[in-house]
Design a protein around this ligand. Structure first.
Ligand SMILES: Cc1ncc(COP(=O)(O)O)c(C=O)c1O
Length: 401
């Protein structure tokens, strides 16, 4: 095949889900059911959260952490004020966010300490300062890996009379942002925060999204290796005379690894585990979380005997997993996800003959975090019925600041 019209290299056909994951595994996903009346009345596609599952995941996270004070969960998965309130009710007051809107949502919902795990640059510097002024009872902090934006943030914070905590973003191998522990100047950059007006050293931010070992023991060994490097950097910083009061560590896959470590300065930052999804569920079977979110979709067409088309396009479910593996249908796990366009998902399955246009199905997203951001509200299911709707508060980039 020659290069396409956009001069992209030819791509091989993507694998289908059943080629990647054993069918028996896909069949193991199950969801609580919805009553026939609920299925009939919810417009599709609808984002549904099963309250009991969500609560179970929150409780399991606290259990893994051993204490709510060790948690600093990332809110980017759900983006919902109501979930932050549920955390605060359970004593989890420190939170992590990726956008200014998520920070605002956390502070407005009662968080006492919000880490913007993103380097503030450009006009977002002033937005962070506005947040600190608007919510004086909440401590705000942000990551850094470069002296220049730090100077800008320092000047803005000092002028506004607020203090922003600064975490050195430590790159332990993901190579997305940050400085490796061995980078010359990493210790010096963190140490410099102590003399910048308006800023204070908060600790090290250690996110390791590259650690994807399916075997928990192998993941633990990889985390131990990265931790040794982090501690070497801490010693260097301390010898310069600056303390490292906390470490904001890991995501969901390495959550149990960091939770098993005893350093009281470690904060645990899983996000996905709150709702969980089929991506992590499949890759990390040791994790004690069950999918709490699903999408109600309907058959809109039966274009051939073995085909059925659903209103579950790539504007209704995250499309960052490979084509063919973006959702799991617990009722028909073997269905091949063939065409996925903006508003349509075409399934190829012998089971199509059992379905007619209008029939409803539940689908579990493979990647729940970007899926949440596609909806403005979630339907909350209790005992098969929708009891209320929760706003996806920070799905937009701006709330009020
Ligand atoms: C900086 C940072 N911290 C924490 C998390 C949470 O990780 P997970 O989605 O594995 O729970 C993420 C996820 O993208 C992240 O980017």
């Amino acid at each position: 095949m020659t290069a396409g019209k956009w001069l992209l290299p030819a791509q091989p056909d993507p694998p289908y889900f059943a080629d990647i994951v054993p069918l028996e595994f896909l069949m193991s996903y199950s969801l609580p059911s919805l009553t026939p009346e609920t299925l009939a009345s919810l417009p599709s596609p609808a984002y549904v959260i099963f309250r009991d599952r969500l609560i179970q995941n929150l409780e399991s996270m606290i259990q893994v952490a051993k204490d709510p004070s060790r948690l600093r969960p990332h809110c980017k998965t759900h983006k919902m004020s109501r979930v932050i309130e549920m955390w605060v009710e359970r004593g989890v007051t420190k939170h992590k966010a990726a956008t200014i809107a998520e920070c605002e949502m956390c502070a407005a919902a009662g968080a006492e300490d919000v880490l913007l795990a993103y380097n503030p640059v450009g006009p977002n510097v002033d937005r962070l300062i506005s947040l600190a002024r608007t919510y004086p009872n909440c401590r705000f902090s942000a990551t850094t890996d470069d002296a220049r934006p730090l100077q800008v943030l320092s000047a803005a914070a000092a002028q506004a009379g607020v203090t922003i905590g600064i975490w050195l973003d430590v790159n332990v191998g993901m190579d997305r942002t940050g400085m490796t522990p061995e980078t010359p100047g990493a210790a010096q950059l963190y140490h410099s925060v102590s003399s910048l007006p308006g800023l204070e050293p908060a600790g090290f931010h250690v996110y390791d999204g590259h650690q994807r070992q399916g075997d928990l023991m192998e993941r633990r060994a990889a985390v131990s290796a990265e931790w040794t490097r982090v501690l070497t950097l801490r010693s260097q910083v301390e010898s310069l005379g600056t303390a490292v009061p906390a470490f904001a560590c890991g995501g969901t896959p390495t959550f149990p690894c960091y939770a098993a470590m005893s350093d009281p300065a470690i904060q645990l930052c899983p996000g996905t585990s709150v709702l969980s999804d089929c991506g992590y569920g499949t890759a990390f079977p040791d994790l004690p979380f069950a999918p709490a979110a699903a999408i109600l979709t309907r058959v809109v067409s039966r274009p051939a005997t073995d085909r059925m088309t659903l209103d579950l396009g790539n504007k209704a479910v995250a499309a960052d997993p490979p084509k063919g593996a973006r959702v799991v249908f617990p009722d028909i796990p073997e269905a091949v996800q063939d065409i996925h366009s903006e508003e349509h998902l075409v399934l190829v399955t012998a089971a199509a003959e059992n379905y007619a246009p209008g029939d409803a199905l539940l689908a579990v997203p493979v990647h729940v975090c970007p899926t949440s951001a596609l909806y403005d509200r979630a339907a909350i299911a209790d005992n098969g019925k929708i009891s209320e709707y929760w706003e996806i508060t920070s799905r937009n980039r701006r709330i009020s600041i």
